[in-house]
Design a protein around this ligand. Structure first.
Ligand code: HEM
Length: 396
């Protein structure tokens, strides 16, 4: 097809994605030259057995656009690296994001949720995403990573510029800001590394520094890229999960009622939010190092391939009544965090945080929407530009 499989800003992409899936399990997107897996069985076969390289994808970008600070940093991140570098860093990162570690952090999360919900304006319109659903996950991640309160504004701004500069359709102004952001993040984490070396703590930065000092294969630039990319990957998606989830609940008051009565589970609801309107709609592209065959279609080595998670999560070949929001769907083995090597390390944090935040908000308030919904002009991600709401206290 001549138009892209990823159309930014669509209010409802799912009928179009269903049409694509009906045409076949693999859809070619000419503008990006990427083959998208749009059926669940094809995606699983690919994620389980295809021979691929993420690094080769970034090398291709460097060949096309020339070397710049963004691409150099990108090459060291989890999402763009291959084993064994990937395996080594992922293991370190997972030490901080285990369910056991997060259980210890739970009381702190509950405190942050309580405080920030108390602070929200009542019975007047405001943007819930800008005021709450984005800054709270960003603060939580900064805490987990070991960034002190007085450095968080700088981290937020530099990371936002970095993310904007990575878009498929970036302007030269965005690119310049992005390159500047890499320099700022490097300075910030150099500085923090010095402080953490003097006084070790229990955060991710300290764990990574310890690995560096013990002579593990972690160079300093990789360390900085990994920490800033964890932050960048985390808060936008969590913001969008809360926004997209509230949109799904808004037209389903019976689901909210059953959550509040305790006849439906919050964990099940978060799982269904992730499946129903996935914040990450597609994985990063990867290069096939060997041909990949699914049913009667073969993609040759060197093809660029990505999984369209949003399309797979609505595949009727795998999910019964995929276009319905079923809070008790079981099993709900969606691909919102993908599967296999690049499975999202933040998944346990996301489950915990989304449940604490949404439960805290909805137990205290009825959320009324105030104005039309507009979707961000993003390619791989899906979220609202803003969510104007009015909060009304629940009487019972
Ligand atoms: C609703 C929230 C989130 C969603 C839907 C989500 C989704 C995903 C998906 C689909 C991938 C795979 C991308 C690919 O294959 O190219 C991924 C990877 C990743 N995510 Fe998340 N994520 C979320 C939150 C987080 C958080 C809170 C963190 C930080 C702790 C995080 C850090 C990462 C990292 C570092 C990777 C790369 C992992 C790797 O390549 O091995 N994500 N995420």
């Amino acid at each position: 097809m001549t138009e892209s499989v990823l159309i930014p800003g669509e209010s409802d992409p799912y009928p179009r994605l269903a049409w694509l899936r009906e045409a076949g399990p693999i859809a070619y997107s000419a503008p990006e030259k990427v083959h998208f897996l749009v059926s669940y069985p094809a995606a699983m076969a690919f994620l389980r057995s295809a021979q691929v390289s993420r690094q080769a994808y970034v090398d291709g970008l460097i060949c096309r656009h020339g070397q710049n600070a963004i691409l150099t940093a990108q090459k060291r991140e989890l999402a763009y690296s291959d084993p064994p570098h990937h395996t080594f860093i992922k293991r370190l990162v997972m030490q901080v994001f285990t369910p056991a570690h997060l259980r210890v952090y739970r009381p702190r999360l509950e405190e942050v949720a309580r405080e920030t919900i108390e602070d929200l304006p009542v019975d007047q319109p405001f943007d819930l995403l800008d005021r709450w659903a984005e800054p709270v996950p960003s603060r939580v991640l900064a805490e987990l990573l070991g960034v002190p309160a007085d450095r968080r504004d700088g981290l937020y701004e530099a990371t936002s510029n970095l993310v904007a500069a990575r878009g498929l359709a970036r302007s030269s102004e965005q690119l310049a800001k992005g390159n500047q952001a890499v320099a700022e993040l490097t300075d910030l984490f150099e500085d923090l590394s010095e402080q953490h070396r003097r006084q070790s703590q229990t955060d991710l930065l300290s764990a990574l520094l310890q690995a560096e000092e013990e002579g593990a294969r972690l160079d300093h630039i990789s360390l900085i890229s990994v920490v800033s990319s964890l932050y960048a990957a985390g808060f936008g998606n969590t913001r969008n999960l809360i926004g997209n989830g509230l949109v799904a609940l808004h037209s389903r008051p019976e689901v909210v009622a059953s959550l509040l009565e305790g006849t439906a589970s919050w964990a099940g609801c978060i799982e269904e939010m992730l499946r129903f309107d996935s914040p990450t709609q597609a994985t990063n592209p990867t290069v096939l190092t060997e041909a990949f065959t699914f049913e009667d279609q073969t993609l040759p080595a060197q093809s660029l391939v990505a999984v369209h998670l949003g399309a797979c999560n609505r595949d009727p070949a795998h999910f019964e009544r995929p276009d319905e929001f079923l809070v008790d769907r079981h099993p709900n083995d969606h691909l919102a965090f993908t599967s296999g090597t690049h499975f999202c390390p933040g998944a346990a944090l996301v489950h915990l945080q989304a449940e604490i935040l949404l439960r805290g908000l909805l137990e205290k308030y009825q959320v009324r929407f105030e104005g039309p919904l507009e979707w961000q002009e993003m390619h791989r991600f899906r979220g609202l530009t803003q969510l104007p709401v009015r909060l009304l206290p629940r009487t019972v």
